[in-house]
Design a protein around this ligand. Sequence first.
Ligand code: FPP
Length: 222
Amino acid sequence: MDGNGRWAKKRGLPRVAGHREGAEAVRRTLKAAVVAGVECLTLYAFSSENWRRSEEEVTDLKGLMRFYLERELDELAREGVKLRFIGEPSAFGPELWERLQLAAAKTADNDKLTLNVALNYGSQQEIARAAQILAQEAVDGVIDSAAIDVAAVEKVLQTAELPPLDLLVRTSGEMRLSNFLLWQAAYAELVFLDLLWPDFDADAFNGALDQFAGRQRRFGGR
Ligand code: FPP
């Protein structure tokens, strides 16, 4: 969800105004995803590297998450959205962490759309952690290290319960993955949009789906 800061700067507003508008874009996107019948949507809301931002901005982002969680949770639950998280959100402190866990528990039985929010998430960190888990299992004799294969790694990634990643969209014109779902993106279709995240809407979402539909997926075959 890139480009909130630039959106605000263009208007002479503080960065938090861009994040606020970005949260409205989350609302629109979620609605469009439900209408389109998307099974799972993962949003990159806070990266492991975002701690380098000013304390004020981090506090603003935490505040926004708390606010939206409170405002939207009942509706999300009613709409059949299952909320879950990847990353290490416990680093946001016990108060927010507890709210996030309660929200996940409250929506755990929903099955219309899984909204997976990446919070304090870094893909390299996730893969390193997976290696640690497998190494420990090998040391404990639970698995044979020679038998560690792609499926074994996938089972210990935080996305283990999610469907394969089909489409990855990045806004704001940047053409990088920035430590987002690196393993999972192995065969994903990539769409880069020259649009700041706060300007993202149902049309942009459906446009990305159209691009996806027009791609030929071969998964290494021919
Ligand atoms: C990247 O834009 C955006 C973020 C680091 C924060 C995204 C968070 C939200 C949209 C808040 C609400 C989230 C939820 C799940 C309700 P940037 O600040 O890097 O923009 P820039 O590159 O233009 O500076």
